[in-house]
Design a protein around this ligand. Structure first.
Ligand code: GLC
Length: 609
């Protein structure tokens, strides 16, 4: 988890000595691990209680209209939630300026402890205009390719670091069991081994082989511990009801893998285990995660999640910090209950009352400082302009394009309908989703919930990719409502879910909507081969759409690089994707492991050609 090295920070003679070792060795991994701890202990010994509690406080940028609050309250971290954008707009430069503003305040504090700025870079640097948007985890799960996932997260890390932000709230390690859950697409799949393999690769892609002063790496945040994807009926932030053996078998392996890969932070889940909120569960947060699994990084809460523990905020602070929470994510400014000033005042009072021990505070702050020292941000918080310039680059897009191609799962291919010839005379593409960047990106894109339409600069829709792929002689006509399929040599139908995120995506009815079934039926009525492409955050109940299609492709939520679809449709790349989820045959049996009905397709299903 931590290099055995140090980042030099001339706090005392001891540090100057280590600084010498570091400079001489030019390898931050050379000094013994205790060097890092010595630096942490030395700084900790100088800190007041206010400065320590400040490090445990993370505040949303939207609540910090007065940037000086970072300095005034010694804040350890700032985040930008799904829709907390800079007032100056959504460009990489606007984000870099915002991050620099907050950091400048932190570096004016007495001890000059830099902040860690966090953001939900969950499928690329998805809040930022022009950044490369990768397939969501469910599509990366279909690749079953850890090396590719690592490359994707490396690109993501470079684009995040290019905006002065050094902490990504990723990877999500949910082992989603119920497709009614709105966050199914944030999970690599239903299988713990697959999620462990890809989650560990993601941590390495974001952080490197270990936390280090590499300014192009970012802190990973394995989330949401534990059982977020196992709740009853897939209810977001609901209750995962199971015995401990099941919890350990299904949901714990990805955290073992992420800790082994060096994950420096873990985010706690809103959900409950057998009725107890995770944010107040000392057994799992401290006894299991920190003591049994040896997690040496720090635990951060979810967005105002401690507020859900009870009706009394001060009690929530006491329960969560004593359970093992090290940093608390607070979206609210002084105008709202549970705001960051209230948190700071309550925690200070709890220490004075002896209800939260000084040792617990010191353990939390030590964990946070150890990560900051290991990342070298005491020594350097500057952003390499080359990283900023490379945001959205062709090289980055090429990696995402490969992710798209490898994520596609071929569910049906009657009479070798695929691959299509590039020189067909007349190709008809129908369905508004064929030409909608927002739909193919899904939630967590520019805005928390995502939205339809041209949501971001750069990128290629599926239709645009098809147009680029075929010969100049081929006529490609687009009919959003499918009203014109006359004379088609083949019809490509694109159907799918409108963007959503978190609880807004909880659904009990997973049937493909009637309008989509009608669209596929119109295509079939043309008499030409029908290739149906489904853009969705989970398997949907396909009903007549499958029978009406000659070929059927699950494309998940593929991000900005839509030409990756054409690469496979026209045979430039083979289909290699394998479903990361069991595909239910009906709405009555949508939970993984439900053997009462034969699924339409099993976990791991995918045709090649
Ligand atoms: C959200 C999500 C979490 C995210 C956090 C910050 O509610 O549960 O995944 O990292 O808040 O946006």
């Amino acid at each position: 988890m931590f290099p055995s090295g140090t980042s030099s920070r001339p706090v005392s003679r001891l540090s100057v000595c280590f600084c010498g070792i570091v400079l001489a060795s030019k390898c931050l991994l050379a000094a013994p691990a205790t060097a890092l701890d010595s630096q942490v202990d030395e700084l900790l010994a100088q800190m007041t209680l206010d400065e320590k509690i400040g490090q445990m406080t993370q505040v949303d940028s939207g609540a910090l209209t007065d940037r000086a609050d970072v300095k005034k309250y010694f804040l350890g971290s700032v985040l930008s939630g799904g829709s907390s954008d800079p007032a100056a707009g959504n460009s990489p430069q606007a984000w870099l300026n915002l991050a620099d503003e907050f950091q400048a305040q932190a570096l004016q504090t007495r001890l000059k402890i830099p902040i860690l700025y966090g953001i939900d870079a969950v499928h690329g640097h998805n809040n930022i205009d022009g950044a490369v948007i990768f397939p969501h985890h469910i599509g990366l799960g279909a690749t079953h390719d850890p090396k590719l996932v690592q490359r994707a997260e490396r690109v993501t890390a470079e684009e995040v670091a290019g905006t002065g932000i050094r902490w990504a709230f990723a990877p999500c390690l949910a082992v989603a069991q119920d497709e009614r859950w709105g966050r199914t697409y944030e999970s690599y799949g239903e299988n713990p081994a697959l999620v462990s393999k890809l989650g560990a690769a993601a941590v390495t892609g974001l952080q490197g082989k270990a936390l280090s002063p590499d300014g192009s790496s970012v802190l990973a945040c394995a989330k949401h511990f534990i059982g977020d994807g196992g709740t009853e009926n897939g209810k977001d932030q609901g209750d995962t009801v199971c015995d401990e053996a099941t919890l350990r078998k299904l949901y714990l392996p990805p955290y073992r893998a992420a800790i082994k890969a060096g994950a420096g932070s873990i985010m706690v889940s809103y959900s409950s285990w057998n009725g107890q909120k995770m944010h107040g569960n000392k057994y799992l947060l401290t006894d299991v995660l920190k003591n049994e699994l040896g997690f040496k990084g720090f635990l951060v809460s979810d967005w105002a999640a401690i507020d859900q523990i009870s009706k009394d905020y001060k009690s929530d602070v006491e329960q969560s910090v004593n359970a093992g929470l090290d940093m608390v994510m607070i979206p609210y400014g002084p105008d709202k209950k549970g705001n960051f000033v209230e948190f700071i005042d309550d925690l200070k009072a709890l220490v004075a009352e002896g209800k939260v021990s000084q040792a617990r505070i010191d353990d939390a702050v030590r964990r946070i400082l150890r990560v900051k020292f290991a990342m070298g941000i005491f020594e350097n918080t500057a952003t390499d302009p080359k990283l900023t310039e490379a945001i959205g680059s062709a090289a980055h897009r090429a990696v995402a394009r490969q992710c798209v191609s490898e994520s596609l799962v071929l569910l049906k291919n009657e009479k070798h309908a695929l691959p299509l010839a590039k020189n067909l005379k007349h190709l008809v593409v129908i369905g508004e989703a064929a030409d909608d960047l927002g739909v193919q990106c899904g939630g967590w894109t520019i805005d928390w919930q995502g939205r339809k339409g041209p949501v971001t600069s750069g990128g290629t829709t599926i239709l645009a990719g098809i147009r680029q792929a075929v010969s100049p002689e081929t006529v490609v006509s687009f009919s959003a409502d499918g009203s014109d399929v006359k004379g088609a040599d083949a019809v490509i139908v694109v159907v799918g879910e409108a963007p959503y995120a978190e609880m807004k995506g909880d659904r009990h009815d997973l049937n493909l909507p009637a309008a989509d079934l009608d669209l596929v039926a119109k295509a079939r009525a043309s008499g030409a081969p029908v290739v149906t492409i489904l853009l969705s955050g989970r398997p949907l109940i396909l009903n007549s759409a499958l029978a009406d299609s000659s070929a059927f492709v699950a494309a998940w939520l593929l991000g900005t690089e839509g030409q990756g679809v054409a690469d496979v449709l026209f045979g430039d790349h083979k289909f290699t994707g394998k479903s990361p989820r069991t595909w239910p045959a009906s709405n009555q049996h949508v939970r993984a492991g439900d053997e009462t009905e034969k699924p339409l397709f099993a976990f791991g299903y995918g045709l090649a050609y």
